[in-house]
Ligand binder design. Structure first.
Ligand code: HEC
Length: 177
Protein backbone atom coordinates (compact mmCIF):
# COMPACT_ATOMS: atom_id res chain seq x y z
CA UNK A 1 0.00 0.00 0.00
CA UNK A 2 2.63 2.42 1.12
CA UNK A 3 4.75 1.70 -1.95
CA UNK A 4 1.81 2.41 -4.26
CA UNK A 5 1.08 5.66 -2.42
CA UNK A 6 4.73 6.63 -2.70
CA UNK A 7 4.80 6.02 -6.44
CA UNK A 8 1.59 7.99 -6.90
CA UNK A 9 3.04 10.74 -4.73
CA UNK A 10 6.20 10.83 -6.81
CA UNK A 11 4.10 10.98 -9.96
CA UNK A 12 2.16 13.89 -8.53
CA UNK A 13 5.37 15.71 -7.62
CA UNK A 14 6.75 15.08 -11.11
CA UNK A 15 3.53 16.39 -12.63
CA UNK A 16 3.61 19.47 -10.42
CA UNK A 17 7.22 20.18 -11.38
CA UNK A 18 6.36 19.69 -15.05
CA UNK A 19 3.37 22.00 -14.75
CA UNK A 20 5.48 24.61 -12.96
CA UNK A 21 8.07 24.50 -15.74
CA UNK A 22 5.41 24.79 -18.44
CA UNK A 23 3.58 27.66 -16.73
CA UNK A 24 6.86 29.43 -15.97
CA UNK A 25 7.75 29.04 -19.64
CA UNK A 26 4.43 30.59 -20.59
CA UNK A 27 4.95 33.44 -18.14
CA UNK A 28 8.47 34.01 -19.43
CA UNK A 29 7.31 34.42 -23.00
CA UNK A 30 3.89 36.00 -22.46
CA UNK A 31 4.58 39.75 -22.59
CA UNK A 32 7.19 39.79 -25.32
CA UNK A 33 6.17 37.30 -27.94
CA UNK A 34 8.77 35.99 -30.32
CA UNK A 35 8.34 32.38 -31.39
CA UNK A 36 11.08 30.00 -30.31
CA UNK A 37 12.97 28.78 -33.38
CA UNK A 38 12.01 25.35 -34.70
CA UNK A 39 15.75 24.54 -34.57
CA UNK A 40 15.40 23.94 -30.81
CA UNK A 41 15.25 20.16 -30.47
CA UNK A 42 13.06 20.20 -27.35
CA UNK A 43 12.03 23.56 -25.83
CA UNK A 44 11.16 21.98 -22.46
CA UNK A 45 14.65 20.48 -22.17
CA UNK A 46 16.24 23.76 -23.33
CA UNK A 47 14.36 25.65 -20.66
CA UNK A 48 15.11 23.21 -17.85
CA UNK A 49 18.80 23.21 -18.91
CA UNK A 50 18.70 27.01 -18.64
CA UNK A 51 17.16 26.84 -15.17
CA UNK A 52 19.73 24.27 -14.01
CA UNK A 53 22.86 25.80 -15.53
CA UNK A 54 22.13 29.52 -15.71
CA UNK A 55 18.95 30.33 -13.75
CA UNK A 56 20.65 30.35 -10.35
CA UNK A 57 22.51 33.50 -11.38
CA UNK A 58 20.33 34.99 -14.12
CA UNK A 59 16.90 34.18 -12.66
CA UNK A 60 14.40 31.62 -14.02
CA UNK A 61 12.85 34.17 -16.38
CA UNK A 62 16.04 36.13 -17.10
CA UNK A 63 15.43 38.76 -14.45
CA UNK A 64 18.49 38.67 -12.24
CA UNK A 65 19.47 40.65 -9.20
CA UNK A 66 20.93 43.24 -11.55
CA UNK A 67 23.49 44.56 -9.08
CA UNK A 68 25.66 41.48 -9.70
CA UNK A 69 24.50 39.72 -12.84
CA UNK A 70 23.46 41.21 -16.18
CA UNK A 71 19.76 40.96 -16.99
CA UNK A 72 18.93 38.82 -19.99
CA UNK A 73 15.22 39.41 -20.29
CA UNK A 74 14.26 41.71 -23.19
CA UNK A 75 17.97 42.60 -23.68
CA UNK A 76 20.04 39.60 -24.65
CA UNK A 77 18.60 39.38 -28.18
CA UNK A 78 20.38 42.60 -29.20
CA UNK A 79 23.60 40.62 -29.25
CA UNK A 80 22.31 38.85 -32.36
CA UNK A 81 22.89 42.14 -34.20
CA UNK A 82 26.36 41.41 -35.60
CA UNK A 83 28.40 38.23 -36.16
CA UNK A 84 30.90 39.35 -33.49
CA UNK A 85 28.18 40.02 -30.93
CA UNK A 86 26.48 36.67 -31.46
CA UNK A 87 29.87 34.98 -31.08
CA UNK A 88 30.24 36.79 -27.74
CA UNK A 89 27.14 35.01 -26.42
CA UNK A 90 28.85 31.63 -26.82
CA UNK A 91 32.33 32.87 -25.81
CA UNK A 92 31.08 34.04 -22.41
CA UNK A 93 32.94 32.02 -19.79
CA UNK A 94 29.80 30.57 -18.19
CA UNK A 95 28.49 29.50 -21.58
CA UNK A 96 31.72 28.34 -23.25
CA UNK A 97 32.76 26.35 -20.17
CA UNK A 98 29.27 24.99 -19.46
CA UNK A 99 29.08 21.44 -18.16
CA UNK A 100 26.82 20.74 -21.15
CA UNK A 101 29.21 18.99 -23.53
CA UNK A 102 26.67 18.26 -26.27
CA UNK A 103 26.89 21.23 -28.63
CA UNK A 104 23.35 20.83 -29.97
CA UNK A 105 22.03 20.85 -26.41
CA UNK A 106 24.01 24.01 -25.63
CA UNK A 107 22.83 25.61 -28.89
CA UNK A 108 19.24 24.83 -27.87
CA UNK A 109 19.85 26.44 -24.47
CA UNK A 110 21.36 29.59 -25.98
CA UNK A 111 18.53 29.79 -28.54
CA UNK A 112 16.05 29.56 -25.69
CA UNK A 113 17.88 32.41 -23.94
CA UNK A 114 18.06 34.62 -27.03
CA UNK A 115 14.57 34.09 -28.42
CA UNK A 116 12.67 33.00 -25.32
CA UNK A 117 14.07 35.38 -22.71
CA UNK A 118 15.34 38.01 -25.14
CA UNK A 119 11.94 38.19 -26.84
CA UNK A 120 11.58 41.14 -29.19
CA UNK A 121 15.16 42.29 -28.54
CA UNK A 122 16.26 39.60 -31.01
CA UNK A 123 16.32 41.26 -34.44
CA UNK A 124 13.64 40.01 -36.84
CA UNK A 125 15.12 37.29 -39.03
CA UNK A 126 17.99 36.47 -36.62
CA UNK A 127 19.15 32.94 -37.32
CA UNK A 128 19.32 30.48 -34.42
CA UNK A 129 22.66 29.02 -33.32
CA UNK A 130 23.65 25.67 -34.76
CA UNK A 131 25.67 22.98 -33.00
CA UNK A 132 28.60 23.66 -35.36
CA UNK A 133 28.65 27.38 -34.54
CA UNK A 134 28.56 26.64 -30.81
CA UNK A 135 31.36 24.07 -31.16
CA UNK A 136 33.52 26.63 -32.98
CA UNK A 137 32.89 29.64 -30.74
CA UNK A 138 33.08 27.95 -27.36
CA UNK A 139 36.72 27.13 -28.07
CA UNK A 140 37.38 30.91 -28.07
CA UNK A 141 36.17 31.59 -24.53
CA UNK A 142 36.61 35.13 -23.23
CA UNK A 143 37.93 35.98 -19.79
CA UNK A 144 37.42 38.90 -17.40
CA UNK A 145 39.28 41.96 -18.75
CA UNK A 146 38.95 41.18 -22.48
CA UNK A 147 35.27 40.47 -21.91
CA UNK A 148 34.41 43.97 -20.69
CA UNK A 149 36.22 45.76 -23.51
CA UNK A 150 34.77 43.43 -26.11
CA UNK A 151 31.25 43.92 -24.74
CA UNK A 152 31.54 47.72 -24.84
CA UNK A 153 32.54 47.56 -28.51
CA UNK A 154 29.73 45.14 -29.40
CA UNK A 155 27.08 47.15 -27.57
CA UNK A 156 28.12 50.34 -29.37
CA UNK A 157 27.64 48.53 -32.70
CA UNK A 158 24.25 47.10 -31.62
CA UNK A 159 23.06 50.59 -30.65
CA UNK A 160 24.22 52.02 -33.97
CA UNK A 161 23.05 49.23 -36.24
CA UNK A 162 20.13 47.49 -34.54
CA UNK A 163 18.46 50.19 -32.50
CA UNK A 164 19.50 48.71 -29.15
CA UNK A 165 18.69 51.09 -26.28
CA UNK A 166 21.50 53.17 -24.76
CA UNK A 167 20.75 51.47 -21.42
CA UNK A 168 22.38 48.32 -22.83
CA UNK A 169 25.73 50.05 -22.25
CA UNK A 170 25.24 49.38 -18.56
CA UNK A 171 26.42 45.86 -17.88
CA UNK A 172 24.39 45.48 -14.73
CA UNK A 173 21.01 46.91 -15.66
CA UNK A 174 20.00 50.18 -14.05
CA UNK A 175 21.66 49.50 -10.72
CA UNK A 176 25.32 49.90 -11.65
CA UNK A 177 27.54 51.06 -14.51
C1 HEC B 1 27.84 31.94 -11.42
C2 HEC B 1 26.82 32.84 -11.97
C3 HEC B 1 26.50 32.70 -13.45
C4 HEC B 1 26.10 31.56 -14.12
C5 HEC B 1 25.91 30.15 -13.59
C6 HEC B 1 25.86 31.99 -15.48
N1 HEC B 1 26.13 33.32 -15.63
FE1 HEC B 1 25.91 34.42 -17.30
N2 HEC B 1 26.83 35.99 -16.43
C7 HEC B 1 27.22 36.04 -15.11
C8 HEC B 1 28.04 37.24 -14.89
C9 HEC B 1 28.66 37.68 -13.57
C10 HEC B 1 28.12 37.88 -16.14
C11 HEC B 1 28.93 39.13 -16.48
C12 HEC B 1 30.13 38.73 -17.32
C13 HEC B 1 31.05 37.80 -16.63
O1 HEC B 1 31.64 38.18 -15.59
O2 HEC B 1 31.17 36.64 -17.09
C14 HEC B 1 27.33 37.08 -17.07
C15 HEC B 1 27.10 37.43 -18.39
C16 HEC B 1 26.22 36.76 -19.22
C17 HEC B 1 25.72 37.24 -20.49
C18 HEC B 1 26.07 38.57 -21.14
C19 HEC B 1 25.02 39.61 -20.84
C20 HEC B 1 25.44 40.98 -21.29
O3 HEC B 1 24.62 41.89 -21.16
O4 HEC B 1 26.58 41.16 -21.75
C21 HEC B 1 24.94 36.26 -21.01
C22 HEC B 1 24.22 36.28 -22.35
C23 HEC B 1 24.95 35.16 -20.07
N3 HEC B 1 25.71 35.51 -18.98
C24 HEC B 1 24.29 33.96 -20.27
C25 HEC B 1 24.47 32.85 -19.44
C26 HEC B 1 24.03 31.52 -19.77
C27 HEC B 1 23.31 31.13 -21.06
C28 HEC B 1 24.38 30.72 -18.72
C29 HEC B 1 24.17 29.24 -18.58
C30 HEC B 1 24.84 28.40 -19.55
C31 HEC B 1 25.02 31.58 -17.73
N4 HEC B 1 25.07 32.85 -18.22
C32 HEC B 1 25.46 31.13 -16.49
C33 HEC B 1 26.91 35.11 -14.14
C34 HEC B 1 26.53 33.80 -14.41
Amino acid sequence: MRGGGGAAGRRLVAMAVGAAIVSAAAAATAPHTRALPAAITDPVVARSDYIEHCGGCHGVDGRSAPAQVPELRDRVGYFMCTPEARAYLVRLPNVAHSRITDNQELADLVNFVVFGLGGASAPVGAQPFSAAEVARERRLALSGPSLKAERARLVAAAIRRCGAPASLKRFYGSARG
